[in-house]
Design a protein around this ligand. Structure first.
Ligand code: GLU
Length: 279
């Protein structure tokens, strides 16, 4: 499938394939109730004919209470154990919510190595295409039980950018608990909302924190900007906004921070052949 260049937010409803990424703190713990409105928005876009791929963090955070942990574990083995328990519960919660719309979820767990290995990569690509052709909603996460510190994607924002390349997504929507990027951490005085980031804008003078406020995931504004640049350079338009605004974002509303996609990459990327652009 050839990527379609999405030139502005208002064209998002015309995108054929959209990756939506949600972080751990938005859908676990006290925010577990946000799964239903997120699913409402994804189901509405699905009903309009958009192919949606959800990249969801939250395996470790969802598993924590089952292991009687009240903070994110710091050692790899306990993180892996929490993820093994939590991934299962997380997918159950999504499927339970998707049942209201008779949409079936397909769980896809990937490692960074899978996307570097040509055979694994093409297997993953074929499976994703088939799932989407069957109108199934792929829900992607890192395969945490086999990922070690050395071979991790780094964070799920980056995974979402790489999945956008894998599936040739027209648009990527990165969600967090903040409605947009700001010139400074938004709670600080003088923080100004950034509406659009043109290609080549290095956002000089902008200060981003790296860790989410809830401390249960790994991403922050900095990882979102890196992921957005990676995807936009490859021709996927990127919108950074809050989980609460996902329905508006999918309808093309003027919300969030827009990263203009590179037209050259979008046009030149041949169907079925995707260059990996690790930074
Ligand atoms: N894969 C991890 C999880 O599901 C999260 C990674 C991240 O937050 O970036 O818990």
């Amino acid at each position: 499938m050839t990527r379609r260049l999405i030139a502005s937010r208002s064209e998002i409803p015309a995108a054929r394939r959209v990756v939506v990424k949600v972080g751990s703190s938005s859908i676990s713990g006290e925010n577990t109730g946000q799964i239903a409105p997120l699913v409402d928005a994804l189901a509405a876009a699905h009903a309009r004919g958009t192919e949606i791929i959800l990249v969801s963090s939250g395996a470790i955070a969802t598993g924590m209470p089952y292991l009687a942990l009240d903070a994110r574990p710091s050692d790899l083995a306990t993180q892996q154990a929490a993820a093994a328990v939590g991934q299962n519960v997380l997918i159950f919660r999504y499927q339970d919510s998707l049942d209201r719309y008779k949409i079936v979820a397909g769980q896809v767990l990937l490692t960074a190595g899978d996307l570097e290995n040509p055979t694994h990569r093409s297997n993953a690509q074929r499976a994703m295409d088939r799932l989407l052709g069957l109108r199934i909603l792929p829900i992607v996460n890192e395969n945490d039980t086999v990922a070690t510190h050395e071979i991790r994607f780094g964070d799920n924002d980056r995974l979402a950018a790489l999945v956008s390349q894998l599936v040739q997504a027209d648009a990527l929507i990165l969600l967090s608990d903040v409605d947009a990027l700001y010139t400074r951490p938004p709670q600080e005085p003088g923080a100004v909302k950034i509406s659009t980031v043109p290609i080549g804008d290095d956002l000089a003078g902008v200060t981003f924190g790296d860790i989410g406020a809830a401390g249960v995931g790994t991403g922050g504004a900095g990882t979102k900007v890196s992921a957005a640049r990676l995807a936009a350079a490859a021709g996927t338009a990127v919108l950074i906004t809050s989980t609460a605004l996902v329905a508006e974002a999918l309808l093309g509303a003027e919300v969030g921070t827009w990263f203009e996609p590179s037209a050259v990459s979008a046009e030149r990327t041949p169907t079925g052949s995707i260059a990996l652009a690790f930074d």
